[in-house]
Design a protein around this ligand. Structure first.
Ligand SMILES: Nc1ncnc2c1ncn2[C@@H]1O[C@H](COP(=O)(O)OP(=O)(O)OP(=O)(O)O)[C@@H](O)[C@H]1O
Ligand SMILES: [Mg+2]
Length: 314
């Protein structure tokens, strides 16, 4: 296990470069690589080579599945390592859901949810008995094909464990996006905001680095667990159902709400008769997945069972 990723020499023609997006850490461009053709290339912001890049690519390669964005390897088009991966021409799910001009049936949303659930099921139950905790499930990290198939991306916060629970590779720190973070993560950490990047203006994109519980004199360290991905998945279902961010207002405000055990408002959902079954399934799952007690949340395998047997794609 843990084959190291191979490095490719490459050159890209800067005139061809198209910017696809950026997050708290990365900048993604569409580039052409000899032999591979068009790929999305993720570079870390900043000018230094970052060893985390290799870990991110290694974990994402280990996660190989049709519902996970495929990584081809690392290349160095501008002197520093970048991740070369499959280009997802439909962009990210966050942007799609907030674009109200784009109509989406609940059946389409049910299908998108099922794709993410299948990806998670694979990560949490790798064929060799290991497990990957994604640690940053949110709609910005779900990418789409033109026909609205979803794949999980951005393994920058992920941790990979072998079948004995030993850490194999991944992000060496506890990083996560606060708006989608499970309450148990927030309860066990006090945190400074490490990312004061001026480009990050919206709270949903704030990534924090947690201070290890031991440094705070706390006994109960938070141990990464699959069920924290499941909580984040519940908030992703919220976005699918309501097409708005789960939390509004200041960061302090919604953090206090999560820590008090509150959840986002769930107004009544209006769906056509033909879509009612999908809307109800999504709502039921969301309520189970964001339970406070991590052991009462369903596993990703149970979620897949509940979502399968979909109505035909509309
Ligand atoms: N393979 C891809 N194909 C098309 N667009 C992509 C691809 N990878 C990333 N993007 C775009 O770039 C955005 C940021 O990518 P990514 O989430 O990997 O960066 P990040 O800096 O790690 O993000 P975060 O702020 O979540 O840590 C995505 O939301 C998406 O819009
Ligand atoms: Mg991201």
């Amino acid at each position: 296990m843990g084959n190291r990723i191979f490095h490719k020499d490459s050159t890209t023609n800067d005139e061809e470069v198209v910017r696809l997006g950026s997050g708290a850490f990365g900048e993604i461009r569409l580039v052409t690589i000899p032999d591979e053709g068009r790929v999305a290339s993720k570079a870390l912001k900043g000018k230094t080579n970052n060893p985390w890049m290799e870990s991110e690519a290694t974990v994402q390669m280990a996660a190989s599945h049709e519902c996970i964005v495929k990584v081809f390897g690392l290349h160095k088009p501008r002197g520093m390592a970048e991740i070369a991966m499959e280009y997802m021409s439909g962009g990210n799910l966050h942007r799609l859901l907030l674009n109200k001009r784009k109509t989406l049936t609940f059946i389409q949303r049910h299908n998108m949810c099922y794709d993410v659930a299948r990806g998670l099921e694979h990560l949490h139950n790798l064929p060799d008995g290991g497990c990957i905790i994604h640690n940053d499930i949110k709609p910005d990290n779900i990418l789409l094909t033109q026909d609205l198939r979803c794949k999980i991306a951005d393994f920058g916060c992920s941790k990979w464990y072998d079948e004995d629970g030993e850490f194999v590779d991944g992000c060496p720190k506890d990083l996560f996006c606060i708006a989608y973070a499970a309450p148990e993560k927030l309860h066990h950490h006090l945190f400074p905001f490490v990312d004061a990047d001026n480009n990050v203006q919206q709270y949903h994109a704030l990534i924090i680095e947690a201070v290890p519980a031991s440094d705070l004199g706390l006994k109960d360290a938070y141990l990464p667990h699959e069920s924290s991905d499941i909580y984040s998945f519940a908030l992703l279902i919220y976005m699918l159902l309501y097409r708005r961010r789960p939390w509004s207002g200041s960061v302090g405000n919604f953090l206090a709400q999560v820590l008090r055990g509150e959840r986002p408002e769930t107004p009544k959902i209006y769906a056509k008769n033909s879509e009612l079954k999908s809307a109800k399934t999504l709502l039921r799952l969301m309520l189970k997945c964001w339970k406070e007690n991590i052991y009462k949340r369903p596993t990703s395998a149970e979620i897949c069972l509940e979502l399968q047997g979909l109505p035909s794609r509309l």
